[in-house]
Write a protein that binds this ligand. Structure first.
Ligand SMILES: Cc1ncc(COP(=O)(O)O)c(C=O)c1O
Length: 390
């Protein structure tokens, strides 16, 4: 069967390839430890699960969740309250909040809502691979803005060519950043708003790691910048802070015109989020913030363990303070892929090669801290043994 041409432009999804590699080695009896995928292993807090079970028993919730096309008003109101409390951002639940099946879905709907075929969409290199796929599926042309360590992994807008800017209508940004862990600043937000206004570029600020911060790093929403709501939307999600990646619930917030357009795309794609999941998310946002501090404590300890091991094998660097990833420079003389392959062959530890996130990811690997403590400890023992200096 001939399938659509648009799909031929989309590279295989990075983690699908990795999953295959891991599955093959496991089938051969290898004790593989994967530090490649960012997916919390600790369970969703039990209060959230109880709420889902309770609400699932109500037949009213078995029907299409379409009474409010942007998601249940109670969910959107709770999201607005959470944003006020966590980030000092005021949102009108009626027209500035849209419920989503995760922030990944929002990336896709943002493109369909804003970008016409042939228009350029700016994204960062390295960057989260799903942006490119969404841009391509929507008929847009991705343009990579390099983000480099010397610029704190922030794009330099002044470096963008004039002909690209003339064709650009949208941009993805993501801080705390996957894969680098870098965080943005309020000053960068102001520059971004000015840049977006000057070139009529709609911003999609993807912020699912907004709560995963270390070393006193300030929690930030792009929408806290003056004028941000005029130029874009922010995406967020319950996946990472509440260990709910499998539940598929998130939100888009900000510019009412974009929210209305994304809602129109969504209405015509699915029929909304299962109500019990929305109720469970309300409970999470209201009552489970202690889970965030608990997880930060766990990730913080794992982060120190990995950094210590890396120091012992001669890799020292000043790690950025966001996300549950470490973006680690590979030893000199090796490419990211060579180092990744050597790690896998010698220790059966899987990490992501930096160039999978774009050409400027060459020279780095990404280590994820979402792995049980004992497995991470075992991985570090193996790495120290293989790469430690005698
Ligand atoms: C930058 C970024 N955006 C979006 C997502 C998807 O998150 P969600 O589970 O909310 O769809 C991820 C997941 O890893 C991510 O790293």
């Amino acid at each position: 069967m001939q399938t659509a041409e648009r799909l031929t432009k989309i590279p295989p999804y990075l983690f699908m390839e990795l999953r295959k590699k891991i599955a093959k080695a496991k089938a051969e009896g290898v004790d593989v430890i994967s530090l490649a995928i960012g997916d919390p292993v600790e369970p969703t807090p039990s209060g959230i699960i109880d709420e889902l079970c309770l609400r699932s028993r109500d037949p009213e919730n078995h029907r299409y969740p379409t009474d409010e096309e942007k998601g249940m008003l109670a969910f959107r109101q709770e999201v607005a309250r959470w944003y006020q409390e966590r980030y000092g951002v005021t949102l009108n639940a009626a027209d500035e909040v849209l419920g989503l099946i995760g922030s990944k879905e929002g990336c896709h709907h943002f493109i369909l809502a804003r970008v016409n075929p042939g228009e350029v969409v700016l994204m960062t290199d390295p960057g989260y691979p799903a942006y490119r796929s969404s841009i391509l599926m929507g008929g847009g042309i991705p343009y990579n803005m390099p983000i480099l360590a010397k610029n704190n992994y922030l794009p330099v807008y002044e470096d963008l060519p004039a002909d690209i800017l003339a064709k650009a209508t949208a941009m993805f940004l993501n801080y705390p950043n996957n894969p680098t862990g870098a965080c943005a600043t309020r000053e960068f937000f102001d520059r971004t708003v000015a840049f977006a206004k000057a070139h009529d570029i709609a911003v999609c600020y993807d912020n699912p790691y907004s709560e995963i911060l270390f070393g006193g790093q300030e929690r930030l929403s792009f929408l806290s910048a003056a004028g941000a709501k005029e130029v874009g939307v922010e995406l967020n999600s319950l996946s990472k802070p509440y260990n709910m990646t499998g539940w598929r619930i998130g939100m888009a917030l900000g510019n009412p015109d974009l929210i209305a357009a994304m809602s129109k795309v969504k209405e015509n794609t699915d029929s909304g989020i299962f109500n019990p999941i929305q109720y469970a998310a309300i409970l999470a946002l209201k009552q489970e913030t202690t889970n965030i501090s608990k997880m930060l404590d766990i990730y913080g300890k794992r982060r120190e363990l990995v950094l210590n091991t890396l120091r012992k094998i001669g890799i020292s660097f000043d790690p950025p303070k966001g996300t549950f990833y470490l973006w680690v420079p590979v030893p000199t003389g090796m490419t990211a892929l060579e180092f990744t392959n050597r790690l896998f062959e010698k220790t059966a530890v899987v990490v992501a090669a930096g160039n999978a996130y774009g050409q400027y990811g060459e020279g780095y690997i990404r280590i994820s801290l979402t792995v049980p403590d004992n497995r991470l400890a075992e991985a570090m023992v193996r790495i120290e043994k293989e790469f430690g200096r005698s």
